[in-house]
Design a protein around this ligand. Structure first.
Ligand SMILES: *Cc1c(COP(=O)(O)O)cnc(C)c1O
Length: 457
């Protein structure tokens, strides 16, 4: 008999979670204006809202926390974190920030101005927010194949090089950098190949434009390169990471993802000019340049988390759990963005709730139904998150319409995953009876999904 695959860790500490009744959930969700961001976490049984900062730290990370140096300036914890980042990425300058969007805020404050154009592969929501709030334009150059959720290709997060070059040619004076998100979160946690990273870099250099990686899940991206791209099977994750970052001038990082901590972020670069500018903004917005909004202990935990998560076994355990959920959904015939991504399953909401019109937000409707069914909190990554067009103020119905089930790192067992799959199957079985969705009764002008108030139709 084949020995089955199992986790590369065991559990040393547990946190109780609570079940609820459907009646309770009906009441709670109504009070939350049908926006799961407004729910108290104790009213959630299995929380797949995000994998951001929601994972479990290792015993070594907790041990490193005790050794944090809380000095205001020159903390050893900063240098420990910086060393680790430089070893893994090859970038010599590091600016700490309290999370990923803070890294964006600091760096984009220096680089992005009104009228600029920032091409990329499906900009993440906060990234798009930091571009559009500066009255610049985010141009999506993701390959067209990414939009066909049933198409199985290994690197669905790739940039369309021709679209990118067209954009570079037309706007060359207005482009502060080209942005590559690894993995491509918005289009389904899909990886970008090393070949594509090289091509993006080459074409950007042709126009003398720097390349920035939005690197929240760079280690997961490296895992996919190792397991899917020819020529990389025998390289270590750390070797692949170093090679990936050769094709970037800098990175922004949400340490809440692949650094496996609950809070943190940073900018890293080899461009002295970016570094000098970012230092100034870091001091204004985040804190002195050797802590940037982080405790010394947090920086220690980031150092250990990065070290651990650039090892194959840790990544394999995580990504195989995501694949396990995918396999269950295949069994039950529930369509999702294929192949399974690194951190989440993105259920194709329009294909499940075929009778809910797009104006009534099918993905949000599915998010609501899943919570009511079993107390599971997913997240709409669709038309609500897409916000309105900054110029026409129309809803943007052009993109993907997903219910995202993000899997926190080292947190749930496959028994929990079985509950999620069964709940989705029940919904899919009665999807014919779900004909109406929701309408917006209040929304913020930007990044509306966090606070939007909805009514059921
Ligand atoms: C999470 C994330 C960010 C923002 O990071 P925060 O730590 O949440 O502020 C930016 N880009 C990508 C791709 C992300 O996944």
């Amino acid at each position: 008999m084949n020995i089955p695959f199992a986790e590369s860790w065991k559990i040393k500490m547990v946190e109780p979670i609570t079940k609820s009744t459907r009646n309770e959930r009906e009441k709670w969700l109504k009070e939350a204006h049908y926006n799961v961001f407004q729910l108290e976490s104790k009213k959630v049984y299995i929380d797949l809202l995000t994998d951001s900062g929601t994972g479990a730290m290792s015993d070594r990370q907790w041990a490193a926390m005790m050794l944090g140096d809380e000095s205001y300036a020159g903390a050893t914890s900063f240098f420990r974190m910086k060393e680790t980042i430089s070893t893994i990425t090859g970038f010599k300058y590091v600016v700490p920030t309290h999370q990923g969007r803070a890294a964006e805020n600091v760096l984009f404050s220096c680089l992005v101005k009104e009228g600029d154009v920032v091409p990329g592969n499906s900009h993440f929501d906060t990234t798009k927010g930091h571009i559009e709030s500066r009255k610049a334009i985010a141009v999506d150059c993701t390959i067209a194949e990414a939009r066909d959720t049933q198409l199985v290709i290994p690197f669905k997060g790739n940039m369309d090089i021709k679209m990118l070059e067209d954009c570079l040619m037309k706007n060359v004076d207005k482009i502060p950098f080209v942005l590559v998100t690894i993995t491509n979160n918005t289009c389904g946690g899909q990886p970008v190949s090393l070949k594509n990273l090289k091509e993006v870099y080459a074409v950007s250099k042709k126009y003398n434009i720097p390349v920035l990686f939005d690197s929240a899940r760079f280690a997961e991206n490296a895992y996919f390169i190792k397991t899917r791209e020819k020529g990389y099977e025998n390289k270590t994750i750390k070797e692949i990471c170093l090679e990936m970052f050769q094709y970037a001038d800098g990175m922004t990082m949400s340490a809440k993802k692949d650094a496996q901590v609950n809070m943190g972020g940073f900018i890293a670069t080899n461009l002295e000019d970016w570094y000098e500018q970012a230092k100034v903004k870091c001091i204004i917005y985040e804190g002195y340049i050797t802590y940037g909004g982080l405790n010394g202990r947090d920086m220690n935990a980031i150092a250990v988390g990065l070290e651990e998560n650039t090892e194959y076994e840790n990544l394999e355990t995580r990504i195989k759990q995501v694949a396990y959920l995918a396999q269950k959904l295949d069994e039950y015939g529930i369509p999702y963005q294929k192949p399974a991504g690194g951190h989440a399953i993105f259920v194709d909401a329009q294909k499940v709730l075929t009778r809910v019109p797009k104006e009534e937000f099918p993905a949000q409707t599915l998010t609501i139904e899943l919570y009511l069914e079993a107390g599971i909190r997913g997240c709409e990554i669709g038309y609500i998150l897409a916000d309105r067009d900054p110029i026409t103020r129309e809803n943007r119905f052009g993109g993907m319409e997903f219910l995202r089930l993000a899997i926190p790192r080292r947190t749930y067992t496959n028994n929990h995953i079985d509950v999620v799959a069964a709940a989705l199957k029940n919904l899919s079985d009665r999807s014919e009876n779900i004909t109406r969705g929701v309408k917006i009764v209040w929304e913020a002008p930007i990044m509306r999904h966090f606070t939007v108030k909805l009514e059921r139709l």
